[in-house]
Ligand binder design. Sequence first.
Ligand SMILES: [Zn+2]
Length: 138
Amino acid sequence: MNAPTPCSATTRAGNSCRFSARKETGLCINHDPAYAERQLQNRQRGTRIAAENRARLPIRIDDFDLSNRSSVQALVDAVLRLVIAGEMTEARASQVIRLLSIAVRNFGATHTQIVPHLNIYEYRRNQAITHLVRMLDR
Ligand SMILES: [Zn+2]
C-alpha cells in the first residue's frame, strides 16, 4: 500500500501541512476550499433537518432555557403548576426537578449564569438537541 500523499498547502505557522491530501486537489480537508463548501452545505442540511424534526415534536423543545437561574426557576414554577393541575405525573415531575437541580448546581455558588459565553452555551445546546432528537423513539 502506498503512503498517503501529504497536503501541498502551508500552515499559518509556515510549515508544510502534514495532513493527507485528497486525490482530486492535492489538498487536505482543512485546506481544500471545495471541501469546506461541501462541509458547510452538510452542516446547513443537518441544521435544516434538525429544525424539521423539532417542529414535529409535541412541545417546543427550544423554549427550555437552562442558562440562568431565573429561567430554571421558571421551569420549576411550570412543573409545579402542571403537577397541581394534574397535567404532569409526579414521576415525570421528579425526573425533571432532579435534572433542574443538576443545572442549578452547575451555576456554582456565586454565578447566576451557567457560562460567561452564552453563544457557546447556545451552540452546544443546539448540537445536543439535534443529536437527542435523532434518538427519540418515534
Ligand atoms: Zn492541509
